[in-house]
Design a protein around this ligand. Structure first.
Ligand SMILES: [Zn+2]
Ligand SMILES: [Zn+2]
Length: 235
């Protein structure tokens, strides 16, 4: 086989994989099905990979604009975090990341904070174990208003570039902490599955006694294991 043919085959395999990748992401941000299918059927080329990538980013932007109008903060957090990660990887994971990717990641972090702000004034940082900066903040609680002014994520100097640290609901009164499903903790039930960290998120903690926040004891009253309560007795 000639070198040229071999190169062409290698290119086509790479283009096919890359185009599939962008089209799969496009689907997560509700790109129109007809446009996705048209690109799936187009002949393989660098241009068709680029078109699939554009379809993804324009659809992500549209999804974020709609979510912003509806105040669906956790949707914005999920879309922007995934977009920042995908474009970062596509750029060859440069450290430090370029400004536009930092901006996307920060938009995700502030949207996660705004989602938490619907039930609390503070948020807990769940940090990665990748470096000293990320480990140092792990488990610490910060005022959301301060974080929105001066965002600390992604941690500067983290060797991962866009670090894996994220925000979760915290509590000011550890004595009364109890575990609550994320879907009950955030008042955006329709989008709860898109909370930062997705379904594998650490247990979100109910917020008690936070001035201005929804009274967690009322909102999150669910079945609690109480050894003193024998529960309903069968008759
Ligand atoms: Zn970090
Ligand atoms: Zn780190």
């Amino acid at each position: 086989m000639f070198d040229g043919e071999r190169r062409r085959e290698a290119d086509e395999r790479r283009w096919a994989a890359e185009r599939r990748h962008w089209l799969r992401l496009s689907r997560t941000v509700k790109a129109p099905a007809d446009r996705r299918q048209r690109l799936e059927r187009a002949s393989l080329s660098a241009a068709s990979v680029q078109a699939a990538r554009n379809l993804y980013t324009t659809s992500a932007d549209r999804e974020v604009r709609a979510a912003r109008r509806a105040k669906q903060w956790s949707v914005i957090a999920t879309v922007r975090r995934e977009q920042a990660a995908a474009l970062f990887k596509d750029a060859g994971s440069p450290v430090p990341p370029p400004d536009d990717l930092l901006a996307l990641h920060r938009e995700a972090a502030s949207a996660a904070l705004r989602a938490i702000a619907t039930v609390a004034r503070q948020a807990e940082l769940v940090g990665g174990t990748c470096c000293a900066a990320c480990r140092a903040d792990d488990g610490k609680t910060y005022r959301i208003a301060d974080e929105l002014r001066v965002p600390r994520l992604p941690h500067a100097g983290c060797p991962r570039g866009l670090c894996g640290c994220d925000w979760f609901v915290a509590t000011e009164t550890p004595r009364r902490r109890r575990r609550t499903a994320p879907s009950e903790a955030i008042a955006e039930s329709a989008t709860a599955s898109t909370l930062p960290g997705g379904g594998d998120a650490p247990a979100v903690l109910a917020v008690d006694g936070v001035p201005g926040a929804i009274d967690a004891a009322d909102v999150f009253a669910g079945p609690i294991d109480d050894p003193a309560d024998p529960g309903p007795v069968a008759t």
